[in-house]
Design a protein. Structure first.
Length: 493
């Protein structure tokens, strides 16, 4: 399958400014290369991926399912961002290479899976050294056999995908759309009703995968725990270089954590939020161009994405000089009490929205204690009012997994309006935010933002805090910060 570039020419991995090599050089480059094989074997998690494909197959009997991973994204001109596979594709295959496409074809009793991929470069032409897809540019790629051995999947050359897609009947095919323009164009959408910008049939495929991802198996929970443990180490790294008596750049702290993420995992799971002082009141502060100040608070919302793409999502607030002021502690304790109430409420069968209301009521009561609510707590909590949200802004949390906001295509009735189930993993992250320009709060509160976030597993007996390795109570945070500073800086290893 050959992708078209925006200028209408095939994307063969070359650029217009590349040199025109003479035939003698091209002939010479094709000679004298020793063949190599990759020492691959079946990955231990292959059965997990096979079970997921079987479950998806059972949901759509007799239909062909097409799930692409997507391609590299341009960062600037002819340079790309580091590739990160599509989450649903990776969830079903374990493959991390760009441009691949999983096709599940009905076989009478289920589906046959085939992975269309770009195999290793041939030495019989100049693709291996001229193309940006070539091995002298990106490194050794798997052969079809090597990839099949590693993932337990039949494989085919990506160049065969066009013909395979052309045979598919729209009324019996569902496509995970929005990841690969080539696939979207090749498989005509079925002329049915549309939902949220997608044909309804294709939307149902995205929903099914998302809802399948709600329950994490043991291997997935272990992946999340590894990512969370690495995140704990990353927070420790940052605390060890955070001065108590002078300011440092938010970007320095962001970079320290990113080093841990790249060393212990695949990358950061999302853009790190490092908000010093009033920047902590901005929910998705990712500019990180501020400076810490002794006496102020530092909010850090960061997570390591593990090697198999499962990510942590943890937030902590530190007093830069090592001690909370009385007012900072009062606000912090309100948020802590809210979070703890939410964690205590979590168990199978509890409604997601009831955990939200539990957290929000504690925050509203704290706002009343601060003298900020213009009405009673009950009036503020009434769905026709919710005035307390001026200072809380967001919900209590979200599902977590191979995406930081996992299961986002799940139906409202099974997620936001649904009940929690055993094996769910979600964040609990209430917060209070007092904007620096908010005239309805006392001056000493303006610019204070506090959020505490942990990653929680739902078990048959309640909740397990997977990120309990980082302290949450104010006294423990102060003691932990002092201990990290005493230990001093370290390099990952």
């Amino acid at each position: 399958m050959t992708e078209e570039r925006t200028d209408g020419k095939p994307d063969d991995g070359t650029e217009s400014h590349d040199p025109d090599f003479p035939p003698a050089f091209l002939s010479f480059m094709r000679q004298g290369w020793r063949d190599t094989t990759l020492p691959v074997g079946p990955r231990p998690e292959v059965p997990n991926y096979a079970k997921r494909r079987s479950a998806l197959s059972a949901a759509f009997p007799g239909e062909t399912l097409v799930i692409p991973t997507g391609g590299e994204k341009v960062r600037a001109n002819d340079t790309e961002y580091r590739f990160r596979p599509g989450s649903d594709f990776a969830y079903l295959t374990g493959d991390h290479d760009p441009d691949s496409v999983l096709v599940l074809r009905p076989n009478g009793s289920g589906h046959d899976a085939i992975l269309y991929m770009r195999p290793r470069s041939s030495r019989e032409n100049d693709e291996f050294f001229r193309s940006r897809h070539g091995e002298l540019w990106v490194g050794r790629r798997h052969t079809l056999t090597e990839k099949s051995t590693e993932l337990g999947l039949p494989t085919a050359d990506l160049t065969e995908l066009d013909a395979a897609l052309a045979e598919l009947a729209p009324g019996r095919t569902r496509v995970l759309r929005g990841f690969d323009t080539r696939v979207d164009a090749a498989v005509r959408p079925y002329d049915g009703p549309r939902a949220e910008g997608q044909p309804a049939r294709d939307r149902e495929l995205a929903i099914a995968i998302s809802e399948q991802k709600l329950v994490k198996d043991e291997w997935e929970i272990a992946q999340l725990q590894d990512a969370i443990d690495a995140t704990v180490r990353g927070f420790e790294d940052v605390a060890r270089v955070l001065p108590a008596d002078r300011g440092v750049s938010e970007r320095l702290l962001e970079g320290i954590f990113a080093l841990r993420a790249r060393h212990d995992g695949n990358d950061v799971g999302y853009g790190s939020i490092v908000g010093a002082g009033e920047h902590a009141t901005i929910l998705h502060w990712v500019h990180n161009h501020g400076v810490t100040r002794p006496g102020e608070l530092l909010l850090m919302d960061m997570g390591v994405e593990g090697a198999n793409l499962y990510t942590a999502d943890v937030t902590r607030v530190l007093p830069v000089n090592g001690r909370f002021t009385a007012l900072q502690r009062q606000v912090y304790d309100i948020v802590y009490a809210s979070q703890q109430a939410g964690i205590d409420a979590i168990r199978p069968g509890v409604k997601f929205k009831d955990v939200h209301l539990t957290c929000m009521r504690v925050l509203a009561e704290g706002l009343a204690d601060l003298g900020l609510l213009p009405v009673s707590v009950d009036e503020a909590m009434d769905e026709k009012s919710t005035v307390y949200r001026r200072w809380t802004l967001h919900g209590f949390g979200h599902m977590l997994g191979i995406d930081v906001h996992d299961c986002s295509n799940a139906r409202k009735e099974t997620y936001r309006d649904g009940a929690l189930g055993e094996g769910y993993v979600l964040t609990v992250e209430p917060g209070l935010y007092f904007q620096p320009e908010d005239d309805l709060v006392p001056e000493e509160l303006r610019g204070v933002g506090i959020r505490i976030e942990d990653d929680v597993l739902v078990t048959n007996s309640g909740a397990v805090n997977l990120s309990a390795g980082l302290p949450r109570q104010a006294d423990e945070v102060e003691s932990w910060l002092a201990a990290q500073r005493e230990a001093g800086p370290r390099l990952p290893g």
